[in-house]
Design a protein around this ligand. Sequence first.
Ligand SMILES: Cc1ncc(COP(=O)(O)O)c(C=O)c1O
Length: 447
Amino acid sequence: MPRGPKTTEWFERARKVMVHGVSSGFRYWGEHDTPVVAAGKGAHIWDMDGRRYIDYQLGFGPVILGHGDEYVVERVCRAASQGTVFALTQQIEVEAAEKVMSALKWPAAMRFTNTGTEATMHAIRLARGWGARDLILKFEGAYHGAHDYVLYSTAGAPAAHLGSRLRPVPWQASSGIPDSIRTFIATLPYNDTELVEEFFDDHGHELAAVIVEPMAGNFLGVLPEPGFLETLRRLCDENEVVLIFDEVKTGFRLGLGGAVEAFGVVPDLATYAKAMGNGFPVAAIALSEKMVEGWAMGGITQAGTYSGNSVAAAAALATIERLEEGDAYDRIEKAGTALMAGIRAILDERGYPGCVVGHPAMFSVFFGEGTPREYRDLVRHDARVYNATIMAMIDRGVMPCPDAREPWFICAAHSEEDVTRTLEVFSDAFDETLARAGSLRSVGEDE
Ligand SMILES: Cc1ncc(COP(=O)(O)O)c(C=O)c1O
């Protein structure tokens, strides 16, 4: 991706003050490719050279209404001008919590946190405290944040390091995690009901919780097969295990009620973040009645200086109001459906083996044979062709994430014109990539 001179200059400035020039490792595209953004509005962002991109990263999913949504920004500014944190419960926090609860419908209570990582960390502690057990089951390819207990077999895992499908080996995604933490985590392939049943036969009595992204938002947006979430619910009930839905990506994105509403299975705990605040840092843990009762008995710590601050609360309140009252979900469905169908048609026209996976609000393009149903299927995904296609799209002003596992996110501000332009650009970029196949370089590789 040829960066303009000003963007390059700003990346050099960034590198002098921030490690690799970024504040989060996932934003680093390598020395030659990492962009720097000046501003965003609606579905568009601009780099430091003033080049405009139609944005499908949307901050890795939070931006559901569009960048800089005026209604949300105005409410946030008003709230901030009246103070942000008081070491006390505040009015707007109560109003926002009422709004979250009425949107989600199923929980008995909730608490705010600031990030998805914080929410899953607290949810896991709560589950362990509630059941007085330590073992957590997660699914391969899922990402539940950057804390030690969940950085296993995430979407960076090389398939060869995952062990046998029947008895997977949790793959540690980072240095700096004590080896002993591995003993508290078990991993299984997503969507394999039979393997989960076998696992529960052997280990159900040891398990504190199952944590699952109800739709696999960190590998392609693979959907749960009928019966998968229902089986998790049944096995957790039978074994007194806490079922945690990590709705950080799906919450307020698949609809107001998130994955619970979309798939009709109710967890014991769920974590929300991203689309709940249209890009402002706000997150929450939602609890069923039995978890509220367990927590109320005391002895389980949850805390956060900034949790429920007025900026976060105002962002959630205003975002959910806009989602409830406007036509945001209709617009997202229309744009997402048109893009999914258009990309499918382009692949079919060329007779290329691939498919479009997911939901109109969050979908991926899979370059390989068959339909992926679990993380291990990504070995069939031609990540090089995908990555080169996306980089050629970025050159032409359309920006999905170059990471082949990360879904395209749609917001209410994506217009018909954006969709038409995106399909033209995808078609050109894909043809250019196929013509160059054999001499491809990936993002981050030196020229
Ligand atoms: C499903 C899921 N859970 C948790 C997280 C962590 O959220 P955060 O980056 O806000 O800490 C993410 C982030 O992408 C996520 O996708």
